[in-house]
Write a protein that binds this ligand. Sequence first.
Ligand code: GRF
Length: 195
Amino acid sequence: MSRIPFAVMISGRGSNMVALLEAAQEKGFPGLPVLVLSNRPDAKGLATAREHGVPSLCIDHKEYGANREAFERQVDAALRASGAQFVALAGFMRVLTPWFVNRWSGRLINIHPSLLPKYKGLDTHARAIEAGDKEAGCTVHYVNEGVDEGMIIDQIRVPVLDGDTPETLAARILPKEHELYPRALKKALTRMSSR
Ligand code: GRF
């Protein structure tokens, strides 16, 4: 089976990106990473991508001011130039416009640190603790025009423990994200190649 070229978009640390790049080295993985793209020049993940032998590129959103679509046109051009046919957002902290989302519809996924549909947006761990939830977790979903709203591909649940802080809960969820994201990407790519 031929492997689908995919890109990963990040804004920071890039630990989920690493999980995807490492999974893609395994025999039989249906995707091939062709680009890591950051909107922030100081994203640690850019250097990590290079260490993994994957081309990396920064397109700094600040250079485009309030013109989101101008920024996204550059991102779209870079993705296409790389040959990517699929995009995984991994800690990419910009909301994408309908223009971009529709261009990549069905080929754009995101990881979110909550059990969606609960806690879309930011501060998910604190919100789960404040609500007294007994369970939290992470979700990978297709991206649509809403924020953290597209069809869910897969989730992993973790317990919320007495005395948890947002930091301890995030630290319990993060390794599960690293397990979930490669699994969900594999599912989405396999689905795409059987279309
Ligand atoms: C992760 O918790 C992810 O779910 C969220 O942002 C964080 C990114 O972490 N969207 P990393 O850059 O992958 O380490």
